[in-house]
Design a protein around this ligand. Structure first.
Ligand SMILES: [Fe+2]
Length: 203
């Protein structure tokens, strides 16, 4: 397996773990359990910085750009769909961040908004990851020369150091461990989510 694609797929596994944890969090909140705003901010922090800035950043700035040079336009087709889904996801994460940062206790309406955005985001990202793992990445491996894909692995390492900064990954892995320990993902729901995520009409 190419190093760059392997890195992206390993990051998908981490993101799926946190999506599963967020699902447990909103399930418990919706069932009436008291939850802290801080946890919502922590999830939003992870999705904004690890999933979006770090992971989607590598995809958009490096992989999709390389695919663009190899005949995949960004205006239509699979890259356009992936970009649109990244944008859609950002809106949900922004809403979670705002709910997590607001002062005071969570009101009933805050909880409704958090649940709505979190569930939409979980569904969106699960299906997005299935498409990338099974369709987009194999297409990239087929269309792009080996040497260019090797260079992409090095570009990712540079991206980690220059854009994200030393220690950022370690910080987010520690946050993942804390969130998953507090709200463990339900393996059955994760498997069901991944299995039907690519179905037409899945919401
Ligand atoms: Fe991805």
């Amino acid at each position: 397996m190419n190093q760059a694609i392997q890195t992206l797929m390993e990051e998908h596994r981490v993101i799926e773990e946190v999506l599963g944890s967020l699902e447990t969090f909103v399930d418990r909140m919706d069932a009436g359990e008291e939850v802290a705003r801080d946890s919502i901010r922590d999830y939003a922090d992870f999705f904004r910085n690890f999933a979006d800035r770090c992971h989607h950043g590598k995809e958009e700035d490096r992989l999709f750009a390389l695919m663009g040079e190899n005949g995949f336009p960004s205006e239509y087709g699979p890259i356009a769909v992936m970009l649109a889904e990244h944008t859609e996801g950002r809106a949900h994460v922004k809403a979670l961040f705002e709910a997590g940062e607001a002062p005071g206790l969570l009101a009933a309406d805050d909880k409704l908004q958090v649940s709505r955005h979190a569930r939409a985001y979980i569904s969106l990202l699960r299906s997005h990851i299935v498409k990338e793992d099974n369709i987009l990445y194999p297409m990239a491996l087929q269309a792009i020369r080996n040497e260019e894909m090797e260079a992409l692995g090095e570009a990712f390492e540079l991206f980690e150091r220059e854009v994200m900064g030393e220690g950022t990954h370690a910080k987010y892995h520690a946050l993942v461990r804390a969130l998953v320990a507090a709200y463990p993902p339900d393996p059955a729901k994760m498997a069901a989510g991944a299995a039907c995520a690519g179905c037409p009409g899945h919401v």
